[in-house]
Ligand binder design. Sequence first.
Ligand code: NAD
Ligand code: MG
Length: 411
Amino acid sequence: MPSENLFSDGLYPKAIMTRHTLTVLGSTGSIGVSTLDVVARHPEKFKIFALAGHTQTVKLAEQCAAFCPEYAVVADAVHAAELERLLAAKNCQTEVLYGAQALIDIASADAVDGVMCAVVGAAGLPSALAAAQKGKTIYLANKETLVVSGALFMETAAANGARVLPVDSEHNAVFQVLPQGFQRGRLNDYGIDSIVLTASGGPFLDTDLASFDGITPAQAVKHPNWSMGRKISVDSATMMNKGLELIEAHWLFGCPPERLETVIHPQSVIHSMVRYRDGSVLAQMGNPDMRTPIAYCLGLPERIESGVCALDFGKLSALTFREPDFNRFPCLKLAYDAMHAGGSAPCVLNAANEEAVAAFLDGKIRYTDIARVVAHCLEQGFSDGLNDVESLLILDKETREAARQRIAKAV
Ligand code: NAD
Ligand code: MG
């Protein structure tokens, strides 16, 4: 029987009796590197089966030398040849594969227990879905998977007994403070009023709005609290990231949009909260370091060392909160609207945003054009009830084309 209960004791191993075999998709990125940092602290618990690093062959070769995976996956034949040369020089036996199908293969191989999904963007969807189809434990960092195909992904995971563990810090925080045995969508049964996602507000929280047109990529990727990949850093600056995370929380926890809140908390110490009917608000706190949520997911049901420093209350001057302002963060409003619209609107939102952020990082459009490009694509319309991967990927492609046309006009 498919189970909707992703969080019950029954679905967790009582303890990790054997070494867990892992595939890390996006191992050369910010989350991938943090994952391998945690893994390296527990060689008795984890074994790496495969790593995927797209085009970052030098970093991937170093990781292969350190973790000796059976397979390493890159984007194409050119990068595969380059990686093979680097591995030969290190006398490393790892077999090199390439292409999108190879990513799916290492996510769904029989030998694999758990898959860290840390590719950036909708490119991470097919491999995450393949892991769900094979009933793997999925450590989900790639929020775009849930934004593009939330219903399909969660249904596939439930139907195949896959456990979806949230790596994203806010969702991991919520996961940690939900009651034991929580079942998706049953907020009332557990006395839950709402889920509150915290947001740092990014680097432009207090910047004069009149200067927004001149914001450069270097300024936008410089996050005040977190060290992350470039795309998610820009998303944090526009607060599109929080919008994507609202949609992510909607699918992960089965929480209706009207019971999802977001609040700006510039210190990034409280990572998110759950409000209960009796007036209690439970929060998870810690230093802003992704190794904490990664270690929580990898270690379950144990708490394992992550390498993260203890939170020093003596150094915390204040924890402050404020409401997000849609004038400053129009992308957050667009994401709210897409979540409420439902259907394939979040898929359109995501594809348009990926194209707009890439164009901004390439110097093709201004910072303020990101929201304009996304709004333009959402105005083109979207359909209801697309729930197969082929249709979603076609819509993703069509939206990217519409976004590129709008980007060309913005220059
Ligand atoms: P990153 O840019 O640092 O790394 C992305 C990884 O994906 C790299 O290994 C890269 O080689 C690989 N990659 C890029 N394009 C690819 C493609 N088309 N096909 C296959 N692989 C590809 O990104 P990141 O910051 O580590 O973020 C990864 C995911 O985790 C994103 O979905 C992001 O939203 C999510 N996330 C990140 C953080 C964080 O702190 N960095 C926090 C929460 C969630
Ligand atoms: Mg997050």
